[in-house]
Design a protein around this ligand. Structure first.
Ligand code: F0G
Length: 358
C-alpha cells in the first residue's frame, strides 16, 4: 500500500485486521475490536550490522498499544469472540497476554479473567492488566499449570480461551511477517524471535508461508527461535517441570505450540536454540544503548543472533530481522539494577554543571 504524500489525503494505520483484512478470517459480520495495533517500526541497527557484517533490522513490536506483539493476535481473538457472542474471556499469562486481553476485552465490553503464576509477573504487566478491570487470579504454580487451568475452565464453562491455542491469535500474529516483507520489499534471509509458549514463531512462519504461496516473496527466511537456557524444553527435547530465567515472559516449561515451532524451524532450515540469562541481559543493555527499551525476554532474539554469529552460523551479507517482542517499561527491574543510581543535586545550574563535568 502506498502512502499518499503529506497533505494529499489523511492516512492513519488502521490496525492489523483492516490492513490485512483479505488475509484474515473475518467477514462483514465481524465487529472489529482494534486499538490500532501493528504497523510497528522496523529499525535498522547500524552497530549490530557492523558487528555481524549483515544488514540487521529490529522489528519493534513493543510499540504495540499494550506494549507487546500480543495485540496483533488479541484484536482478532476478541473480535471473533464478540462475533460468536461470548460474554467472557480467559487466559493464562506471564503478563503480556493478560495485559493485552484485558485491554481488548475492556474495549469490547467483555468480562476478562487472567491466571498468572504467583510472584512471577513483572509489576508493569500486573498494572496494565488490572487497570482495565480484569479479574487477576494468581495461581500457586508456574505458567504451564496456569494454562492447564485456563484450558480446563474454557472446556467446561462458558468462557472463551484467548491464549495462542486459540487459532485466531496466531492468525493475527502472522501479520508481523507481512509487515516485515512489506517494509523490506522482500523477506529477510534470517528471522530471529524469542520462544516461550511457541505461538509467535509458529505464526510468523504462517505469515511467510502465505506470502510465499501467493508469490509475494520468492523465498522465505530461515527461522531461528531462542528459548532461555533455564527454560528450554524444545532444545532439551522434554518438558521442564521447573523452568527458571530472569526473562519471566518466556519462563515456560511445556510450550503449547511445541510441534508447530519445531515444524517452522525445520521447514525453513532454521533451528530452535537457547541463550543464557547473561547473554539475554547483555543484548538487553546493548539494545537500550541504541535507544530501544525492550523487556529481557525480547532481547533473546538479538542474543540468539549474536550467538549464531559467534558460532560462525551467520554468513556475512545476509539480511536479518530480530523481533523485539515487548516494551521495556513493563518490566523495569533489570533496567534499574543495571544502571548508575541518580545523584541528588541542589536546584542550582553551576552545581549541576560541575556534577556533569561541563
Ligand atoms: N516475548 C514476550 C515479551 C512475551 O511476552 C512472550 C510470551 C514471548 C516473547 C514468547 O512468545 O509464547 O508466542 O513463544 N508471553 C506469553 C504471555 C507467554 O503470557 O504473555 P510465545
Amino acid at each position: 500500500m502506498s502512502v499518499p504524500p503529506r497533505g494529499a489525503a489523511p492516512h492513519q494505520w488502521r490496525g492489523v485486521v483492516e490492513e490485512y483484512r483479505e488475509r484474515l478470517p473475518v467477514s462483514d459480520a465481524t465487529p472489529v475490536i482494534s486499538l490500532g495495533e501493528g504497523g510497528t517500526p522496523l529499525v535498522r541497527s547500524d552497530p549490530l550490522s557492523v558487528e555481524t557484517g549483515c544488514d540487521v533490522w529490529l522489528k519493534y513490536d513493543g510499540a504495540n498499544p499494550t506494549g507487546s506483539f500480543k495485540d496483533r493476535g488479541m484484536t482478532l481473538a476478541i473480535s471473533k469472540a464478540v462475533e460468536e457472542r461470548a460474554k467472557a474471556v480467559v487466559c493464562a499469562s506471564t503478563g503480556n497476554t493478560s495485559a493485552s486481553a484485558a485491554a481488548y476485552a475492556a474495549r469490547a465490553g467483555l468480562t476478562c479473567a487472567v491466571l498468572v503464576p504467583k510472584g512471577k509477573v513483572a509489576l508493569g504487566k500486573m498494572a496494565a492488566t488490572l487497570v482495565h478491570g480484569a479479574r487477576m487470579l494468581e495461581v500457586d504454580g508456574n505458567f504451564d499449570a496456569s494454562l492447564n487451568v485456563a484450558r480446563d475452565l474454557a472446556d467446561r464453562f462458558r468462557v472463551t480461551l484467548v491464549n495462542s491455542v486459540n487459532p485466531f491469535r496466531l492468525e493475527g500474529q502472522k501479520t508481523a511477517a507481512f509487515e516485515i516483507c512489506d517494509a523490506l520489499g522482500r523477506a529477510p534471509d534470517i528471522h530471529c524471535v524469542p520462544v516461550g509458549n511457541a505461538g509467535n514463531i509458529s505464526s510468523h512462519w504462517m505469515g511467510y508461508s502465505e506470502y510465499l504461496i501467493d508469490s509475494v516473496i520468492p523465498e522465505p527466511p530461515q527461522l531461528f527461535g531462542f528459548q532461555a537456557a533455564g527454560a528450554a524444553p524444545i532444545v532439551k527435547g522434554e518438558p521442564i517441570a521447573d523452568p527458571q530465567t530472569i526473562a519471566t515472559a518466556i519462563r515456560i516449561g511445556n510450550p503449547a505450540s511445541w510441534e508447530k515451532a519445531v515444524a517452522a524451524a525445520s521447514a525453513s532450515e532454521g533451528a530452535i536454540g537457547s541463550v543464557t540469562d547473561r547473554q539475554i541481559l547483555a543484548a538487553y543493555r546493548r539494545l537500550a544503548r541504541e535507544g530501544l527499551f525492550v523487556e529481557p525476554a525480547s532481547a533473546a532474539s538479538v542474543a540468539g543472533m549474536l550467538q549464531l554469529h559467534a558460532d560462525g552460523r551467520l554468513p556475512a551479507g545476509r539480511t536479518v530481522v530480530c523481533v523485539l517482542t515487548g516494551h521495556g517499561l513493563k518490566d523495569t527491574e533489570w533496567a534499574i539494577a543495571g544502571a548508575a543510581p541518580p545523584v541528588t543535586v541542589p536546584a542550582d545550574a553551576d552545581t549541576v554543571a560541575a556534577e556533569l563535568g561541563l
